[in-house]
Design a binder for this molecule. Structure first.
Ligand code: GDP
Length: 612
């Protein structure tokens, strides 16, 4: 027989070189389940290797590999993107690659996100650019907040196009990136000249850098009396954004979003940065691929999704799959509300015809026929459910599952909102609420659109609260919620929702108990009484002893029993509730194995207030 595989005293299975695949972010429980082992053994083994994690916590790729090595398994960590790639490959599809060779590639416009600190003028800038473009083109202007728009600008005699994502801030940017979507080519960093570099400015820089997206700096509000554009240049240099005029390679443009000053300059600088740092090309002739940036359920039109085409050309009539929604493009509308028949690279269009609402950052692919679209969507759907189940399982954490589960406080939530972006933002913000390990926040479902009866039944089945953001209940949902006692809460402001959830969590926190010693006694003699068992004749040395109190028994300094109870207490022949220091008494303890000279420490658990 082969020698058992022992790590730091823990016996573990020996994989004998077997290969196993684990999803990124798997826990030791997941690992254990895969190899038919005991999760506790893996926790212990890892502890002995110097890493302390709980069985249900997500661990890093390295930890999975380390543990795999120790047990002689070849661990392969599969990211969700890899999984999706494999799924598409099984249909002979590939996302993210231009078909053909160099000759098939054509220049495409940059896709731009505006980022920066709150109140520095991101929204105003997007407004100004949108309006400035009215003069140069469409009568009526960009009317349809579809989540993105294109503008034209003259750069050294060439008419160039830029695509702007119409949601400012890096929340959306990061949410999309978290899903592996690269939706942005260039970031415009707005910094108010009368304010300076602020926390979200730095955050935006970090996000853009992490995504390897070049930055154009718009120094805004130069119309204001206190404006000091030079100060901004100096400050940003510290973050590695060195202005061209100081020998760096970042373009700074001084603008006023309010007065419309230098907006064309800014647009031209975006094109110049694209030319200098990026090679933005795509094959316009293939089946379209793109990314969904915004999606919601429209009363009349059903699910609508704004997509930025990344390569290929999207046409009315195409069979498409976007995230786990599928369908056929029934109609496409641009930012002017006009119908369009086709959309090429970098073009944003609002697409109708999907059977569901994709998430922001989900990829969109044109496939051969509806059947393939449906199969891909269904498989993604199944996978998402599994991942979600795994995730909600994970939130209920901690070593001793049995004991913990019984006492665990869970707040289950279902989120509904008017569009994918707000639901995502809400989810992200809620998951950021700081909690200690005792309370768990589970978002068990989320979606776009009104609160439905299905939502209510799910909430009833899992004791969840429904958070409705900018949406109401439809049909019989309210009636059912009342009947089932489901709490549906309506909000129009995200931070109100967050505040209330936070308060609810605080309210749910279990009290903290602290041990308080109330006295000590020593066993001087033992008596057997046939009717009640062994009586300990004790001397109360300090404090007091009390009937029904909890005691710890120590012998020669070692604890022999915790949590024992004083079952009866007598002084002389009388039953008493309490005996104070300096008196003798007789006790019957719930712990039978006592002897003379044992010390008895009497303690109570008292509730202490939480620091809030
Ligand atoms: P956001 O939070 O970054 O989207 O900031 P907003 O676009 O909402 O702008 C915040 C405030 O600054 C609003 O009151 C704007 O009108 C104002 N603002 C934006 N740009 C300028 C500007 O160039 N000059 C002046 N004076 N005010 C501006």
């Amino acid at each position: 027989m082969q020698a058992p595989n022992v790590i730091g005293g823990v016996r573990l299975p020996d994989g004998r070189g077997e290969a196993i695949r684990l999803a990124r972010g798997a826990s030791l429980s997941d690992f254990a389940e895969k190899i038919g082992a005991d999760a506790a053994a893996l926790v212990q083994a890892l502890f002995n290797l110097g890493e302390m994690v709980t069985a249900t916590a997500s661990v890093s790729d390295e930890t999975l590999m380390l543990l795999g090595d120790e047990m002689n398994y070849k661990v392969q960590v599969v990211s969700p993107e890899d999984e999706d790639r494999e799924l598409l490959q099984s249909f002979d599809l590939q996302f993210g690659e231009d078909e053909g060779g160099e000759d098939d590639l054509a220049k495409r416009p940059p896709v731009v996100t505006v980022m920066g600190h709150v109140d520095h003028g991101k929204t105003r800038l997007l407004d100004t650019i949108r309006k400035a473009n009215v003069g140069s083109g469409e009568a009526g202007g960009i009317t349809q907040g579809i989540g993105a728009y294109q503008v034209k600008v003259d750069v050294e005699g060439d008419e160039r196009t830029i695509t702007f994502l119409d949601t400012p801030g890096h929340e959306a940017f990061t949410a999309m990136r978290a899903r592996g979507a690269k939706s942005t080519d260039i970031a415009v960093l707005v910094v108010a000249a009368d304010d300076g570099v602020m926390p979200q400015t730095v955050e935006a820089i970090n996000h853009a850098k992490a995504a390897d997206v070049p930055i154009v700096v718009a120094v805004n509000k130069i119309d204001k009396p206190g404006a000091s554009p030079d100060k901004i240049r100096g400050q940003l240099t510290e973050y590695g954004l060195v202005p061209e005029e100081y020998g760096g390679d970042t373009i700074f443009v001084d603008i006023s979003a309010k007065m419309g000053t230098n907006i064309d300059d800014l647009l031209a600088s975006i094109c110049l940065t694209a030319d200098a740092e990026l090679d933005l090309v795509a094959n316009p002739e293939m089946d379209a691929q793109g990314v969904a940036i915004e999606a919601h359920l429209d009363r009349g039109r059903g699910p609508v999704a704004t997509v930025i085409v990344q390569r290929g050309t999207l046409r009315v009539g195409d069979s498409i799959v976007a995230g786990d929604a599928y369908g056929r493009v029934r109609r496409m509308v641009d930012e002017y509300g006009r119908d369009v028949e086709e959309a090429g690279p970098s073009r944003p269009v609002q697409v109708q015809g999907l059977n569901g609402v994709p998430g922001a950052g989900d990829n969109l692919l044109v496939v051969e026929d509806d059947r393939i679209a449906r199969q891909i969507a269904n498989q993604r759907n199944a996978r998402r459910r599994n991942a979600m189940a795994a995730r909600s399982r994970k939130r209920v954490s901690l070593e001793d599952l049995d004991a913990v589960l019984k006492e665990h406080s869970n707040l289950n939530l279902i989120l509904k909102g008017d569009n994918a972006g707000s639901v995502e933002a809400l989810e992200e913000a809620l998951l950021k609420i700081e909690m200690d390990d005792e309370v768990q926040l589970n978002i068990i479902d989320r979606g776009v659109g009104a609160v439905t009866q299905t939502n209510v039944s799910l909430a009833a089945a899992s004791d969840a609260v429904i958070i409705a953001f900018n949406v109401r209940a439809e049909g019989k949902a309210t009636e059912e919620a009342n009947a089932e006692g489901v709490d549906v809460r309506y909000y129009t402001v995200i931070y109100r929702a967050i505040e209330e959830v936070e308060a609810a969590l605080k309210g749910m926190l279990k009290p903290i108990y602290e041990e308080r010693v109330i006295g000590h006694a020593e066993i001087r003699a033992l008596f057997k009484a046939s009717s009640i068992g062994l009586i300990a004749g004790c001397m109360v040395e300090d404090g007091k002893v009390r009937r029904n109190a909890t005691v710890r028994i120590t012998r020669d300094g070692n604890v022999v029993a915790e949590n024992a109870k004083i079952e009866s207490l007598r002084r002389e022949k009388d039953d008493v509730t309490e005996v104070t220091a300096g008196y003798e008494c007789g006790m019957v303890l719930s712990y039978p194995d006592i002897s003379v000279d044992d010390k008895i420490e009497v303690y109570e658990m008292v509730e202490v207030p939480r620091e809030s």
